[in-house]
Design a protein around this ligand. Structure first.
Ligand SMILES: NS(=O)(=O)c1nccs1
Ligand SMILES: [Zn+2]
Length: 227
């Protein structure tokens, strides 16, 4: 039985097929800004990231959005809530909705954004592979960036969504000819919320250190709704 978002295969029944979905640190969550506490340690150990630019990345229609496979041995995400470990980019993907009124996974004080980009990294200091890292509580680090709908389109996102007409069906993939630099997906304001959570889709492993940026990036309606 394929998991999805309908009443018979959606999040409320995932725990039947994927036991971890019934766990104590499940994502996504609603971020209640009034009870989020600031942590001076995080300010001391700044979160730093370094990405390579890559071309000919493969993009996949996951059936729930798009996913770009982007294993980058030269990338590094470290500091902030990540202790002494170095995390490496594995892939990035997007969650969106039928309309721009909803689509993000995390919400902020009950408010959903039009979509949410996830940059998925794994702990290469402690583990030998993405799959192994996903079995440990500090295995993955995912950067979440909210999409806000506005008048200006995002050029980097355009390079990605312009290929979607070639992969209309689940399981199809194609190459993105353009050079993609993941750094350009990040907002200018680097304030973030962080918490210990899980993969937001099955198998919902409780292995993710979440880092959700406060500032959304702006995209156009077309860039964040599937037709
Ligand atoms: N949406 S997520 O980044 O938590 C994720 N789920 C499965 C692999 S990566
Ligand atoms: Zn995701």
């Amino acid at each position: 039985a394929e998991w999805g978002y309908s009443p018979t295969n959606g999040p409320d029944v995932w725990a039947r097929l994927f036991p971890q979905a019934g766990g104590a640190r499940q994502s996504p969550v609603d971020i209640c800004t009034s009870i989020a506490s600031s942590d001076s340690n995080l300010e001391m150990k700044k979160l730093t990231f370094a990405y390579e630019s890559q071309s000919d990345l493969r993009i996949l229609n996951t059936g729930h959005g798009w996913k770009v496979e982007a294993p980058q041995s030269g990338s590094r995400l470290e500091g902030g809530p990540l202790g002494e470990d170095i995390y490496q980019l594995e892939q990035f993907h997007c969650h969106w909705g039928e309309t721009s009124a909803e689509g993000s996974e995390h919400t902020v004080d009950g408010r959903a954004y039009a979509g949410e980009l996830h940059l998925v990294h794994w702990n290469t200091t402690k583990y030998q592979s993405f799959a192994e890292a996903a079995q440990h509580p500090d295995g993955l680090a995912v950067l979440g960036v909210f999409f806000d709908v506005g008048n200006e389109s995002n050029d980097e996102i355009e390079k990605i969504v312009s290929t979607l007409s070639e992969i209309k069906f689940k399981g199809q993939f194609t190459d993105i000819p353009d050079v993609i630099d993941p750094t350009t997906f990040l907002p200018s304001g680097l304030g973030y919320w962080t918490y210990l959570g899980s993969l937001t889709t099955p198998p919902c492993n409780e292995c993710v250190i979440w880092i959700v940026y406060k500032e959304p990036i702006t995209v156009t309606e077309e860039q964040v709704t599937y037709h």
